[in-house]
Design a protein around this ligand. Structure first.
Ligand code: C5P
Length: 221
């Protein structure tokens, strides 16, 4: 029997992270931020890594191992035993991650890591392809939508709270480019799984979105 997996996919700034933490807390399980895994790889490899050869990337990523500790809001993603720092949150690193995320070799390495974590621990798994590719058997799949301006505003606020100041217009433009790239790539593009419940988060608080998800998970056996 597979541990419980709830998948939560959507574009940048759709509120996934906030909602995923709340749902994980309500269900008493861990939360996995798979965007942070792509960002950690991007930061580890440095600028222009996506132009490197497959063998070179494989080498650069060999020996890196992820683990998940704790539950709910306290869930932490560790890379070789160390928690990931705030540096991965910079928008520039997000763009690097999106560039790397187009490559089969990188997606394969991370998919295996994600599936291994999911086989060990019940998870709320958040990302772009959790329901469509990584956990196609998950019983509960959700996809969050929100208007682009709203997503840019949320992202801006979230970064500000972390002490990262970004220009709102530049951020909106960056998110738009990153989303286009994520939606239009050949491998594991951002799109709802056929059996995902789509939630338009416009006008809903993160609490309300989390509540809707928990209701559905609690209702089905
Ligand atoms: O979620 P976050 O914005 O932190 O993700 C950073 C980038 O990592 C995304 O723009 C996307 O290109 C990539 N990503 C992905 N698949 C996932 C999670 C993130 O391709 N499951």
């Amino acid at each position: 029997d597979q541990p419980l997996i709830v998948t939560l996919d959507g574009p940048a700034g759709s509120g996934k992270t906030t909602v995923a933490k709340m749902v994980a807390a309500r269900l008493g399980i861990a939360y996995l931020d798979t965007g942070a895994m792509f960002r950690a790889f991007a930061l580890h490899l440095g600028p222009q890594s996506w132009t490197r050869s497959e063998a070179d990337l494989r080498n650069g990523l060999a020996g890196l191992g992820f683990a998940v500790k704790g539950r709910g809001e306290e869930s932490a993603l560790l890379l070789n035993g160390e928690p990931l720092g705030a540096e991965i949150r910079q928008e520039e690193v997000g763009m690097w991650a999106s560039n790397l995320a187009r490559l089969d070799v990188v997606r394969e390495i991370l998919k295996q890591a994600q599936q291994r974590l999911g086989a060990e621990t019940p998870l709320v798994a958040e990302g772009r392809d959790m329901g469509s590719v990584v956990f196609p058997q998950a019983k509960f799949k959700f996809f969050l939508e929100a208007a682009p301006e709203e997503r840019a505003r949320r992202r801006w606020l979230q970064l500000k709270e972390m002490g990262v100041e970004e220009d709102l217009d530049a951020l909106a433009e960056n998110l738009r480019r990153r989303d286009d790239q994520d939606r239009n790539r050949t491998i594991a593009p951002l799109k709802p799984a056929a059996d995902a419940v789509i939630i338009d988060t416009a006008g809903l608080t993160p609490e309300a979105v989390a509540e809707r998800i928990v209701q559905i998970v609690a209702r089905l056996p």
